[in-house]
Write a protein that binds this ligand. Structure first.
Ligand code: ADP
Ligand code: MG
Length: 288
C-alpha cells in the first residue's frame, strides 16, 4: 500500500522492482483525450489532446506563448498530475515509467542559484536507477562523466551551476538526461538564447539519441530550425491544431499564429514563410 502511494505521488525509489517493462510494440508516448485545467484557472490549458509518438521519432512541439507546450511536457513527465488514464508511456501507466522519461526544463523554471556542482546535477539523472537512499557506485560516476564529455563539460564537473553561462547550464541539464539513459526525452525550449555552436551541439546529441531509437520531443518557438532538424511537427494552441510533416504544419496561418501576428494579404504569404524560416518573426505581418 505504501509503495502504491509513493508511486502515485511520483516519489518512487525507482528501484528495479518498480520498473515496468515496455509493452512490446507500444508507442513511446500515447496521449488520449487529455484535458487539463490548472487549479483556479477559468479555462483548460489543454483540451482534448490526442497524440501518438512512435519509438525513435524526433518531434517538434510548436505553438504560441501560452499554448500549453510546457504544460503538456510537465504532464508527461509527471510534474503535473494528468487526469485518469490519459497518458501512456511505452504502453504503461505513466506512474510506473518515470525512470523511462527524462526532462530538460525551460531555463526560467530552474533556480540556478541552488548550491550544487555540475557533477551533482548530472548525478541526479542516475537517481532514477539508484533510488534516493543509495549511494552512487562507480558505474554511476562513469555514466555522469560520459554524459559530461558528450556535452563538452567534463572540465567543469566541480563548478557550481550558478557560475556557468546560460549555454553551459543548458548543456548540464542535457547531460543529466543523458546520464539517466531514458528512452523518452522531453526538452522544453532548450534552444532559447543559445549561440549557434551550442544549438548545433545540442542537435548533434539529439541526433545521436534518435539513432539509438530513443524518442525525443522538443518544444520550440523557433520555426526556422524545423525543416532542418525535424520531420514531424505538432502545432499546439490549447488543442492540437495540426500534426504532420513539417512542410504541412508550417503554413502561413500557423506561422502567423505562432508569432502572434495576423496576415494582411494572401500575396504576403510566401514572403512571410520565407522570413519565418530565416528567423525574422512576423517580418511581413502586422502585429495584433
Ligand atoms: P507555453 O509553454 O506554450 O508557453 P504553458 O504551458 O506555460 O504554455 O501555459 C499554458 C497556459 O497555462 C497559460 O495560459 C498559462 O498562463 C497557464 N499556466 C501555466 N502554468 C500555470 C500554473 N502553474 N498555474 C496556473 N496556470 C498556469
Ligand atoms: Mg513554455
Amino acid at each position: 500500500m505504501r509503495r502504491e502511494h509513493a508511486i502515485a505521488r511520483g516519489l518512487t525509489t525507482y528501484g528495479k522492482e518498480h520498473v515496468a517493462h515496455a509493452e512490446p510494440g507500444a508507442p513511446a508516448l500515447e496521449v488520449r483525450g487529455l484535458t487539463f485545467t490548472y487549479p483556479g484557472a477559468l479555462r483548460p490549458a489543454l483540451e482534448d489532446i490526442h497524440l501518438k509518438v512512435e519509438r525513435g521519432e524526433k518531434v517538434a512541439l510548436v505553438g504560441p506563448n501560452g499554448a500549453g507546450k510546457s504544460t503538456l511536457i510537465k504532464l508527461v513527465t509527471g510534474l503535473e498530475r494528468a487526469p485518469g488514464d490519459t497518458i501512456r508511456i511505452y504502453g504503461q501507466l505513466r506512474e510506473a515509467c518515470y525512470h523511462r522519461v527524462a526532462y530538460v526544463p525551460q531555463r526560467g523554471d530552474v533556480d540556478w542559484r541552488f548550491p550544487v556542482t555540475v557533477e551533482e546535477v548530472v548525478m541526479m539523472g542516475r537517481y532514477a536507477h539508484l533510488g534516493w537512499l543509495k549511494r552512487p557506485r562507480r558505474a554511476d560516476r562513469e555514466a555522469v562523466m560520459q554524459a559530461l564529455e558528450a556535452v563538452g563539460l567534463a572540465d567543469l564537473a566541480d563548478r557550481q551551476i550558478g557560475e556557468l553561462s546560460g549555454g553551459q547550464q543548458q548543456r548540464v541539464m542535457l547531460a543529466r538526461t543523458l546520464a539517466q539513459n531514458a528512452d523518452l526525452l522531453l526538452l522544453d525550449e532548450p534552444l532559447n538564447n543559445l549561440d549557434v555552436p551550442t544549438q548545433e551541439m545540442i542537435f548533434h546529441v539529439l541526433e545521436d539519441l534518435a539513432a539509438q531509437n530513443k524518442t525525443v520531443i522538443v518544444s520550440t518557438h523557433d520555426l526556422g530550425i524545423l525543416p532542418i532538424h525535424f520531420s514531424r511537427a505538432v502545432f499546439l494552441d490549447r488543442r492540437i491544431v495540426t500534426d504532420g510533416p513539417v512542410d504541412e504544419v508550417l503554413t502561413a496561418e500557423t506561422i502567423a499564429r505562432a508569432y502572434g501576428v495576423r496576415l494582411c494579404t494572401d500575396c504576403e504569404e510566401e514572403e512571410m514563410i520565407q522570413n519565418a524560416l530565416r528567423g525574422v518573426p512576423g517580418a511581413s505581418a502586422r502585429r495584433r
